[in-house]
Write a protein of this length. Structure first.
Length: 380
């Protein structure tokens, strides 16, 4: 597999994982900070909500800026700005600032950070070949699982040295990510054609819907683990079993997709989401819960990879950072709505919204099979 010998990819991977790490650390880091400085863990939750809202608001404008100045050049400038915002937040919190100021200072780094993943994803196109791209996205999804788990663990470790230390570490990580930004930009189109280029929204919608479905159904399962386990009469500690199955299946699905080296039919992965969501919703005991969760996990990585690859084909070269930032925002909105569904709906009904989203995505792909599905196979 040539991807494993591509040093540029591993530099890109290290940079993008470091860019993601502060976001994975933020929920627990904000909670630790506010609990220690104000005595309110709820303020930490509100801070995280403000931070995420700022990310979603700033994602597309930041992506557009990265497209204008070049993603590599822009990331090198914007990542230190994120770090500066986090350093300021830590300093003000240490000085005993009021609650409103902590909330206000969570906004600037969020606004800047929202589009950075889109910039990194754009640089991937200039780092690997078209043949390597599906595998590259799949391997990245596998590594991301470790970052998701490692972020809170790192915060728990650093918090023993003081409540502001995790925030400072987030700032340092952002600076390290800036050092690992690939030093070449994606190819630029001639300036005279840039003004005529626009994002083909209608063609992108099926792939955006697929990413939304991933966020919606995954967050429904993850946030709803406790009531799903309690519905079986099991102790709360049994949620760890479901988490292990979900993570293991997700890693396995991404690894298998990367090993086979074929794009696959996205409708197959969406069908897995439909079947898995229905089984989880129906409540067929432990076998149903674990089987449905495993099926969803197996299809997650491949669906994200094929959606990402096809979006890259559709996005104009000078609009990719903006387009990928929009894609990440759409997926984040799915995560938010999945969490909301668990909060307001019966536990058996919430997964069916993810099932509905998967059916709609599949229907859109059926309606335009040639333009939306065709992705060449990958050779070793």
């Amino acid at each position: 597999m040539t991807l494993l010998r591509n040093s540029g990819y591993w530099r890109w991977s290290a940079g993008v994982q470091l860019n993601r790490l502060p976001g994975m650390m933020a929920p627990l880091a904000f909670t630790v900070l506010t609990t220690a400085t104000t005595g309110s863990y709820r303020l930490g939750g509100i801070m995280m909500a403000v931070f995420v809202a700022a990310e979603m608001v700033g994602a597309v404008p930041t992506g557009r800026l990265l497209d204008r100045v070049g993603p590599a050049r822009g990331l090198v400038v914007l990542l230190p700005l994120v770090a500066a915002g986090l350093f300021l937040l830590a300093a003000v919190a240490s000085a005993g600032a009021p609650d409103w100021m902590l909330l206000a200072l969570a906004i600037p780094p969020g606004l800047v950070a929202g589009g950075l993943n889109g910039g990194f994803r754009t640089l991937l196109a200039a780092t690997v070949t078209d043949e390597e791209l599906p595998r590259a996205v799949s391997v990245d999804a596998m590594i991301l699982e470790g970052v998701i788990v490692g972020g809170p663990l790192l915060v728990a470790l650093l918090a023993t040295s003081g409540p502001v230390v995790p925030i400072l570490a987030m700032a340092v990580v952002a600076l390290l990510a800036a050092l690992l930004v690939p030093r070449r930009n994606a190819p630029r189109a001639p300036q005279r054609t840039v003004e005529r280029q626009s994002i083909p929204v209608a063609a992108c919608v099926p792939w955006l819907a697929g990413l939304f479905t991933v966020g919606l159904l995954l967050s429904t399962i993850e946030v709803g683990l406790l009531p799903l386990v309690q519905r079986l009469g099991a102790p709360d500690s049994a949620t760890a079993i479901v988490i292990v199955v979900l993570c293991g299946a997700s890693l396995g699905g991404s690894a298998l997709y990367a090993a086979l080296g074929k794009a696959g039919d996205p409708r197959l992965f969406l069908a897995g989401f439909v079947l898995g969501g229905i089984v989880v919703s129906a409540g067929f005991g432990w076998a149903g819960l674990l089987g449905g969760v495993a099926l969803i996990g197996l299809c997650t990585g491949p669906l994200m990879a094929v959606s990402s690859v096809n979006l890259q084909k559709l996005l104009p070269e000078r609009r990719r950072s903006e387009g990928f930032s929009l894609a990440f925002t759409v997926q984040a909105s799915g995560f938010g709505l999945g969490s909301l569904a668990i909060g307001v709906l019966p536990v058996w009904l919430a997964p069916l919204f993810g099932v509905l989203a998967a059916l709609v995505s599949c229907a859109m792909l059926v309606a335009r099979p040639r333009r939306a599905i065709g992705t060449p196979s990958v050779t070793s």
